[in-house]
Write a protein that binds this ligand. Structure first.
Ligand SMILES: [Zn+2]
Length: 292
């Protein structure tokens, strides 16, 4: 099928070399190849909420391993700090990782908290691992760790989108699920190199999920799900990353001279406008300096 990417390396080859370096490098090794000015940090006075991270005890040995992985890498703490830099939260929001019995993440409007399920990591790990086709065992393992941290960022920021729609009573035209994806993409795509790397991990994960769906029987119920299909979420993320900086990401666009580009030109033409629209839609929740 046209949208199939054939794995990480083929589509990664379409993004600028600075990012390919990041994709292929062990965690933290790409730090010097920055292509963006660092975001100015502004001290925000006044009462403002924060995400309050915690790790509940995993209920299975596998969940306990995932718990240790997330806790040792301070993944939730890192997301909470990043969100505080870029988002105005109207109140403290508990953010807990937990065993849920399903691969999921969710905002609970009654409890007003966000839960990230250990099972989500465990479902994605083999799919992401299968995307790694090159490098030494250590490099592949480091890349997998980075991708798992990346998809955790993506999922938690998506749930934060639901939280903000709810708490600020933001008007959402279209699917709220797409709006939540947009907040996640907006925050990661406009971030520093590490967070752009997380956006690439999210794109890789959606490519893997879309491939898995294409290889199996897609039940009719999949089309009733409130989320867009994984292949659509893949294209949306590519579009928004491209739209965040069309010069930087020009190689992702398919053209006569660049037939390996993964984003069809018809969609690419709309992406800068889509990204600007996303910034406008989410501006009530964003720190004023987010504009990049
Ligand atoms: Zn959602």
């Amino acid at each position: 099928m046209g949208w199939r990417t054939g794995g990480r390396l083929r589509w990664a080859a379409a993004v600028p070399f600075a990012l390919v370096g990041l994709l292929g490098a062990p965690v933290g090794a790409g730090a010097s190849a920055g292509t963006r000015a660092p975001v100015e940090q502004v001290a925000e006075p006044g009462a403002e909420g924060v995400l309050v991270p915690s790790y509940e005890a995993g209920l299975t040995p596998e969940d306990q391993k995932t718990q240790a992985f997330l806790a040792q890498n301070a993944v939730l703490e890192d997301i909470a700090a990043y969100a505080s830099e870029r988002i105005v939260l109207p109140q403290d929001i508990p953010l807990q990782a937990a065993s849920c019995g399903e691969a999921n993440a969710f905002w609970d409007p009654r409890a007003q908290d966000i839960t990230f399920c250990y099972e989500y990591i465990e479902e994605l790990a083999p799919l992401l691992s299968a995307q790694q086709t090159e490098g030494t065992a250590e490099e592949r393992s480091a890349q997998l760790d980075q991708d798992l941290i990346g998809v955790t960022n993506e999922a938690v920021l998506h749930e934060l989108g639901h939280a903000l729609v709810n708490l600020y009573d933001l008007p959402v035209v279209g699917k709220e699920e797409d709006a939540a994806d947009q907040l996640s993409a907006l925050l990661l795509a406009s971030g520093d190199e590490r967070h752009v790397g997380y956006a690439l991990s999210a794109i890789t994960a959606y490519a893997a999920l879309a491939d898995a769906a294409a290889n199996g029987e897609q039940p009719l119920q999949a089309y009733a799900d409130e989320h867009s299909l994984d292949a659509q979420r893949f294209y949306n993320w590519v579009c928004w990353l491209y739209g965040s900086d069309p010069d930087q990401y020009a190689p992702v666009v398919e053209t006569e001279r660049n037939p390996d580009g993964i984003l069809p030109p018809e969609r690419a033409a709309q992406c800068p406008g889509e990204f600007r629209q996303m910034e406008k839609s989410w501006s009530p929740a964003l720190k004023p300096y987010l504009k990049t």
